[in-house]
Design a protein around this ligand. Structure first.
Ligand SMILES: NC(=O)c1ccc[n+]([C@@H]2O[C@H](COP(=O)([O-])OP(=O)(O)OC[C@H]3O[C@@H](n4cnc5c(N)ncnc54)[C@H](O)[C@@H]3O)[C@@H](O)[C@H]2O)c1
Length: 446
């Protein structure tokens, strides 16, 4: 542990405030500001970087991306990557500094060089899911605190390794489940947990349909663009020919890198399901896929396009997760009523249940910014963040075991119920389902 970190920790506040005000960290004294690096500056990484800078949460000393800079992200006019991220930070520094001179931010393509820097306290990891475990564990081993995007893991096994690395190295890890910092989600999940709708019986979650279209069978490889280090982008994933729909943003629709909308949006609504149930660790006892649709064999996008699955929990609650129009929605049903919240709003069986519902937070207090601020606050105070590693792991496990059953669905059809043992993190007596949990990764990152 370096001297800088020892200093920051010895001056840590003991009790972390529940709602972090960005002003608490706007003191420009260098010793009071956390030095961070952003690893992965694409669609979400650039958004998080902008929020971090706007809320003045610390110094961004470095950015890192295997893409130097390009279009081809979620929206056609988005130009992202290492160079635009560096420019964004330096323009922000110039605007804020009295002299107008740009304090330098280094741009890297190799995250290992970032992790070698002693002056960096924490890293914000916003890369595709197949890289989460590798970069997180290496960062923790290098003594960095970590904010890692959701879904925290690419596999069930990844999560166990990440928990061990956080606890062994005594580091802070915040999972990017920013709904945990959304006052509206806090209100609804805490109300369900507190029994405001009676005894919970059922939770229904919705995940959005695919929002991009990939090429069908017979697609042809494309030349790798000069700006992209494709070899490193693939990293631990299987060697595959390049196609633009494989990488930037669209990786989420391919099982080699992610898990489709079940792990993408499902990491939010199913995390909220666990939260409202009061289940921060552990998982269901049964999981069953009710329906799953896929694109024709040989399509580049091979994750399910439409799904429905059901889980049962030891407390008697049933969770039904299905594809729907709303990207993220969680509905709690209890013996005395229901409460529901999602990207399109919050409703309840009785208006009295919504008394005290907070307004939507915006700007430097929007849920993403507030979640980042909570991370920085915990880096300083050494207290647990709102979405610690165990919480991120548990909600990702739910998505991964659902995906195991979803992927088996074309072969097995409906009615196949698998028993899940949350303690051993294995399906019980079900070799076929357990084999679906194994995600092969290539050396040197396996
Ligand atoms: N919390 C949220 O609401 C939210 C929203 C969107 C995305 N996400 C998560 O953020 C992550 C990234 O998603 P995205 O939409 O930003 O994807 P993206 O493809 O737009 O961005 C990922 C970036 O990581 C870079 N990258 C890949 N491998 C790298 C490596 N080894 N080192 C450095 N850079 C590397 C890519 O070049 C790309 O620029 C995913 O895990 C996703 O689930 C979270």
């Amino acid at each position: 542990m370096n001297t800088r970190r020892q200093f920051l920790q010895s001056s840590a506040v003991i009790a972390a405030p529940m709602l972090v005000n960005a002003k608490a960290f706007s003191d420009d004294s260098p010793s009071n500001r956390i030095n961070v690096a952003f690893i992965g500056t694409g669609n979400q990484g650039m958004g998080m970087l902008r929020r971090f800078l706007n809320a003045e949460l610390g110094n961004v000393l470095a950015v890192c991306d295997v893409n130097e800079g390009s279009y081809g992200y979620k929206e056609p006019d988005h130009f992202y990557g290492a160079t635009p991220a560096k420019q964004l930070v330096e323009a922000n520094n110039a605007k804020r500094s009295k002299s107008g001179a740009a304090a330098q931010c280094h741009a890297y393509s190799d995250f290992r060089e970032v992790l070698q820097r002693d002056d960096i306290d924490a890293v914000v990891i916003v890369v595709p899911d197949h890289w989460h475990r590798v970069i997180t564990v290496m960062a923790l081993e290098a003594g960095k605190d970590v904010y890692c995007e959701k879904p925290l893991t690419f596999s069930v096994a990844d999560g166990r390794v990440m928990i061990d690395a956080v606890r062994k190295n005594d580091r802070i890890l915040q999972t990017g489940s920013h709904e945990r910092s959304n006052p509206i989600s806090q209100f609804v999940c805490e109300a369900a947990k507190a029994g405001k709708i009676g005894k919970l019986t059922k939770i229904i979650t919705k995940v959005g349909y695919n929002n991009k279209v990939g090429p069908g069978p017979g697609w042809m490889p494309m030349p790798v663009p000069k700006n992209l280090d494709y070899r490193t982008w693939l990293g631990p994933a299987p060697q595959q020919p390049y196609h633009e729909d494989r990488c930037l943003y669209r990786f989420r629709f391919n099982y080699d890198y992610s898990g489709g909308q079940i792990t993408n949006f499902g990491a939010h609504c199913n995390d909220m399901a666990h939260w409202g149930m009061g289940l921060d660790t552990g998982g269901p006892t049964e999981v069953e896929c009710l329906d799953a649709k896929f694109l024709p064999e040989g399509s580049l996008f091979n994750t399910a396009t439409e799904t429905r699955f059901r889980c049962k929990y030891a407390n008697g609650v049933e969770l039904l997760c299905e594809s729907g129009e709303e990207q993220v929605q969680t509905r709690f049903e209890g013996t005395d009523g229901w409460l529901q919240t999602g990207y399109r709003g919050t409703t309840a069986s009785d208006p009295n249940l919504l008394e005290g519902l907070p307004e939507k937070t915006k700007g430097v207090n929007d849920p993403h910014s507030s979640h980042l601020a909570n991370f920085i606050d915990c880096v300083k105070s050494r207290s647990e963040p709102r979405a610690p590693v165990e919480v991120g792991h548990a909600s990702a496990v739910l998505c991964h075991i659902a995906n195991a059953m979803i992927r088996l669905f074309p072969q097995t059809g409906p009615g196949r119920v698998a028993k899940w043992d949350a303690a051993s993190e294995q399906f019980v007596g079900d070799d076929l389902a357990n084999r679906m949990l194994v995600r092969e990764q290539r050396d040197p990152f396996a």
